[in-house]
Design a protein around this ligand. Structure first.
Ligand code: PEP
Length: 248
């Protein structure tokens, strides 16, 4: 099964309209011949300006979250329709920072995921264990729950992108080894096979996220089950282009 690699940036709460547009203009020629899909998920307020900056390039603009309701009294949230107005193709859902600092649950992740799929937005569903969970030997149990509850009711799991982001490696400068990332992502694929069907699992793009950078991307991307990366810090600079061009 050939899965097209997918490298996505997650700007988190960084950049301004000016610095973001400048970075996209500089990145565009560097990633123009990429052999993978490329996206930058940006703060909601920057979506219109970054969409404009990325026009005519192969950089798709994504959101960092999306709400499940069509509209209504959900102060601070953004709907699928609002994202689609700007041609947004992807939305990160259930990032560990949303889970940790904003109380997001697997149930909410599930509602957001189903809404995104119903609206033709590809959800990038983040899963991953904390350091205590890894050291406590419950990584698989944690992933089982995040996957089963987060993906409940999904009809075509091949339309979902999964980002495996061990919490201990995200934004910490500490990366999983190639072997650790491969082993856990292979487990995630096996679990998706059990929850849906093995053939469907072969089609799912599974990214690794957690301090992936220009130096370690080649080794991670060479692993058979790692189909891409969700890149935090390194997506704020031209290093992102080196990661996108991991195969060159
Ligand atoms: C992230 O939190 O999505 C992430 C991968 O961050 P970093 O690359 O900075 O670890």
């Amino acid at each position: 099964m050939i899965r097209k690699p997918f490298i996505a940036g997650n700007w988190k709460m960084n950049m301004t309209a000016e610095s973001g547009a400048k970075l996209i203009k500089e990145l565009a020629p560097l990633v123009a011949n990429a052999n993978c899909d490329v996206a930058l998920c940006v703060p909601a307020i920057l979506i219109p300006a970054m969409t404009e900056a990325a026009k005519g390039t192969n950089i798709a603009i994504g959101a960092e979250n999306v709400h499940w309701a069509e509209s209504g009294a959900y102060t601070g949230e953004i709907s699928c329709a609002q994202l689609k107005e700007y041609g947004v193709k992807y939305a990160i859902i259930g990032h560990s920072e949303r889970r940790q600092y904003f109380g997001e649950t697997d149930e909410g992740v599930n509602k957001r995921t189903l809404a995104a799929l119903a609206n033709g937005i590809t959800p990038i569903v983040c899963v991953g264990e904390t350091l205590a969970e890894r050291e406590g030997g419950v990584t698989e149990k944690v992933l089982d729950k995040q996957l089963a509850d987060g993906l409940k009711g999904v009809e075509d799991v091949a339309k979902v992108v999964i980002a495996y982001e061990p919490v201990w490696a995200s934004g910490t400068g500490r990366t999983a080894t190639d072997a650790q990332a491969q082993e856990t992502i292979a487990y995630i694929r096996k679990k998706i096979g059990q929850l849906f069907c093995p053939k469907c699992a072969e089609k799912v793009i599974i990214q690794y996220g957690g301090s992936m950078n220009a130096g370690n991307c080649k080794g991670l991307m060479a692993q058979p089950d790692i189909d891409g990366g969700l890149i935090g810090g390194a997506s704020l600079k031209l290093d992102f282009a080196t990661i996108v061009n991991f195969d060159k």
